[in-house]
Unconditional design. Structure first.
Ligand code: ATP
Ligand code: MG
Length: 255
């Protein structure tokens, strides 16, 4: 169970969640993407209805609806499933505050959910460190942090790492910062390679060897309700996420 988190907006959390999940599923792994962002971008990318009154993650977290009641199979992707987020989830951040075990609602819901023999659960977090992200970090075994290869990329990272440590200390002792993935890498700029070097110097083996390049195809795919894996499998972005997924799967087997 992997939480994809970074409170900085627009660093590639959703793109990474969706495409890693799709790549793993195309290798026969059964994968559930939990959309934990009220923006519902992961649901959109996976062509999973998330408007109107479709049952969603909000109802699971706040109203105790079983996870099985909201999970949908992703169209044309036999091993891929999505738990959608509607805009209602925006209210959860506040409504969770007064609930019992507010940090562990997602963990509880996923523990009770064993319907479809999953190999991976990927949780796409919103760009904040609020209770939704805390729920993801409490439920997960691993944290994956996408870092955009830009100048401000490392700002705020300290705060995220402190939160991970706090959750380890108090709520989820086995949580492991397993993976950092460098995103939107533009090989033509020195800045991108400087940021990449700096991240590798600091985080070592945690950083995937595979770097995700900037690729227009990656940003186009969601508007067709597809991952880039089906939208344009030969594109640089698709091949990079395929390699990244392979690294992640390999790490899981040697760990
Ligand atoms: N490697 C890439 N190349 C080109 N565009 C990308 C790449 N990765 C992501 N994008 C685009 O950048 C934007 C932000 O990416 P994404 O939505 O994945 O980030 P996010 O961290 O989930 O954002 P938010 O914090 O709003 O949830 C999107 O428009 C996406 O299509
Ligand atoms: Mg997102």
């Amino acid at each position: 169970m992997i939480a994809v988190a970074n409170q900085k907006g627009g660093v590639g959390k959703t793109t990474t969640s969706v495409n890693i999940a799709a790549a793993l599923s195309m290798h026969g792994q059964r994968v559930l993407v939990v959309d934990l962002d009220p923006q519902g971008n992961a649901s959109t990318a996976l062509a999973t209805e998330h408007r109107g009154d479709v049952p969603d993650v909000y109802q699971v977290l706040v109203d105790d609806l079983p996870m099985a009641d909201i999970v949908k199979q992703v169209p044309d992707m036999p091993n891929l499933y999505c738990a959608p987020a509607t805009i209602d989830l925006a209210g959860a951040e506040i409504e969770l505050v007064s609930l019992v075990a507010r940090e562990a609602r997602l963990r509880r819901a996923l523990a009770a959910y064993d319907a479809i023999d999953l190999d991976y659960i990927v949780i796409d977090c919103p760009p904040s460190l609020g209770l939704l992200t805390v729920n993801a970090l409490v439920a997960a075994d691993e944290v994956m942090i996408p870092i955009q290869c830009e100048y401000y990329a490392l700002e705020g990272l300290g705060q995220l790492l402190r939160n991970v440590d706090l959750i380890k200390a108090h709520l989820n002792p086995t949580l492991n910062l397993s993976t950092i993935v460098l995103t939107m890498y533009d090989g033509r700029t020195r800045l991108a390679s400087q940021v990449a070097d700096e991240v590798r110097a600091h985080f070592g083996e945690t950083v995937l060897n595979t770097v995700i390049p900037r690729s227009v195809r990656l940003s186009e795919a969601p508007s067709y309700g597809q991952s880039v894996m089906t939208y344009d499998p030969g594109s640089s972005g698709a091949m990079a996420y395929m390699d990244a997924a392979r690294e992640i799967a390999h790490r899981a087997t040697v760990a």
